[in-house]
Design a protein around this ligand. Structure first.
Ligand SMILES: CSC[C@@H](O)[C@@H](O)C(=O)COP(=O)(O)O
Ligand SMILES: [Zn+2]
Length: 207
């Protein structure tokens, strides 16, 4: 029998946020999560919601051009302040279905390990989980400046990634946090855990 049951993707975002909150990566209102749906629009967390206790009404449905879909979206909520980054990721990577952004202590610490716009990652087995199938890989994560105006960060992401795709589906914003994307909510959740493991390793190695 075919399973035709429909799971509201917001439930997966709520579960992921709760999990990340428990890890200390989405404390208070930090971070934002989104998930693209078949008509090309995406659900994104509304701005300033407590990420450890999201509810279905804490999301906004947006079209790629920035238009808010009122049907299903709660009224009087503002979309995440970092919506322009999610829009940019969805436009650059047509396969991306989910985009997750979290703020961990380790992501901030490792972003200070280099002044360059790329951070070298150690050649850990965990990189395979992020799609890097090489022996002793020489892998880097792109690092972006944390401009006060978020659309400026988004514009720099667009500019760099239009020329060169990153080696892994992740980017770091200096002194801010990491953003990952994947072909499913499960992939995005796994990638978030994997990059955070690598950052933890890097911090522990430095001690
Ligand atoms: C703890 S404030 C963090 C915000 O400035 C921002 O970086 C963030 O990740 C959450 O913003 P939001 O507008 O709630 O999506
Ligand atoms: Zn943020």
């Amino acid at each position: 029998m075919t399973n035709t049951s429909f799971v509201d993707p917001r439930l997966e975002l709520i579960a992921a946020a709760s999990h990340f909150y428990q890890q200390g990566w989405m404390v208070g209102t930090a971070g934002n999560l989104s998930c693209r749906i078949p008509d090309g629009s995406f659900w994104i967390t509304a701005s300033g919601r407590s990420k450890g206790e999201l509810q279905l009404g804490d999301f906004i449905r947006m079209h790629p051009d920035g238009r808010i879909e009122r049907e299903g979206s709660a009224n009087n909520l503002k979309p995440s302040a970092e919506t322009s980054i999610h829009q940019t990721i969805y436009s650059l990577f047509p396969d991306a279905i989910a985009c997750y952004h979290v703020h961990s202590v380790e992501a901030n610490l490792v972003s200070g390990f280099t002044n360059s716009d790329n951070l070298s990652l150690p050649p850990l087995e965990m990189l395979k989980g992020l799609g890097v199938w090489e022996e002793n890989p020489n892998c880097e994560i792109p690092v972006f400046t944390n401009h006060l105006q978020v659309p400026q960060i988004a514009a720099e992401i667009e500019k760099r990634f239009s020329k060169t795709s990153p080696q892994i589906p992740a980017l770091l914003i200096r002194n801010h946090g990491v953003t990952v994307w994947g072909k499913s909510t499960t992939d995005a959740r796994n990638y978030t855990e994997l990059v955070e493991y690598i950052f933890r390793y890097m911090v522990a190695y430095k001690k």
